[in-house]
Design a protein around this ligand. Structure first.
Ligand code: SF4
Length: 274
């Protein structure tokens, strides 16, 4: 075990425990697969996460520092100017908390009693005083990134919409249009020379937060129920787990059955539908 993964979380962090919060990423997990969400939040076993993306985090940190210079100066960043956006980075006493992972902005949703939370990358503000939610992304692609038009981008859009919803619920005036600051590392140089060069693009996205409230109610219903919800189809994790489970059962179950005295038959993992 890596030492980081805890397959049995302390119940205080599960649904019903005093530390449980519904983060933006948990809402995303519910949308991806209600079963995995239920096993994670109610039963206390999360899917192992991958290794952290340190290069992406480094880009986020440097972008934050760069926009903070303009926040302090109340000036428009050159990227905003290049795209004709009349805005400056927003200053607020809670900005650092809102941007901190595992903290972020938090709102208690009256209809469910959930503490809903999310940590933003940045907020800008336009002359009308509307907040503009901003998310930094980094990648390396051959083509210029100027649209979020792939099916899998829906997760990014939902992420933005949860942040817009959270800030509106907390009493702020929030623009429907948020922005993704995309840093794309080029690979068309002669050599590495110990540096990566990035092209920055600014991609507007008009959010629609109407799905958030009904989704929170569905999440409540899911968590309050005793039924294991349906699993997503075509998930690599489940295909791996099921395949390994079947292979191990085929290999070891007959030997174990020969050794063991006859007892009540136990259902296998496939029968449980896991
Ligand atoms: S299909 Fe299985 S592993 Fe995949 S997300 Fe759902 S419960 Fe989790």
């Amino acid at each position: 075990m890596s030492g980081f993964y805890k397959p049995d979380r302390n119940p205080r962090w599960n649904y019903g425990g005093e530390n449980w919060r519904l983060s933006r990423s948990k809402i995303g997990l519910f949308q991806e697969c209600p079963r995995c969400f239920y096993i994670d939040n109610k039963l206390g076993t999360a899917r192992p996460s991958g290794f952290p993306f340190n290069l992406n985090s480094a880009v986020d940190t440097l972008l934050k520092k760069e926009f903070d210079i303009h926040r302090a100066a109340e000036s428009t960043h050159p990227l905003m100017k290049a795209y004709g956006l009349d805005a400056i980075p927003f200053s607020h006493a809670h900005m650092d908390v809102w941007r901190e992972n595992f903290k972020g902005i938090e709102y208690r949703h009256p209809a469910t009693g959930f503490k809903v939370s999310g940590a933003i990358d940045d907020i800008w503000v336009n002359p009308a005083g509307e907040l503009i939610i901003v998310d930094y992304k980094s990648t390396s692609k051959d083509e210029k990134i100027d649209a979020l038009d792939q099916d899998w981008h829906i997760g990014y859009k939902h992420q933005m919409e949860v942040y817009q919803w959270l800030f509106r619920q907390s009493g702020f005036s929030v623009s429907d249009t948020g922005y993704f600051v995309y840093a794309n590392a080029g690979t068309d140089k002669e050599a590495f020379d110990a540096k990566l060069e990035f092209e920055l693009t600014l991609i507007p996205y008009k959010g629609d937060t109407s799905w958030v409230e009904p989704t929170l109610l569905s999440i409540k219903e899911c968590l309050e129920g005793d039924e294991l919800p349906d699993a997503a189809s075509g998930c690599d994790y489940c295909i791996y787990r099921e395949t390994v489970g079947k292979k191990l059962m085929a290999r070891y179950a007959p030997k174990a059955a020969k050794r063991a005295p006859k007892t009540e038959e136990k259902p296998d993992t496939a029968t449980l539908g896991l």
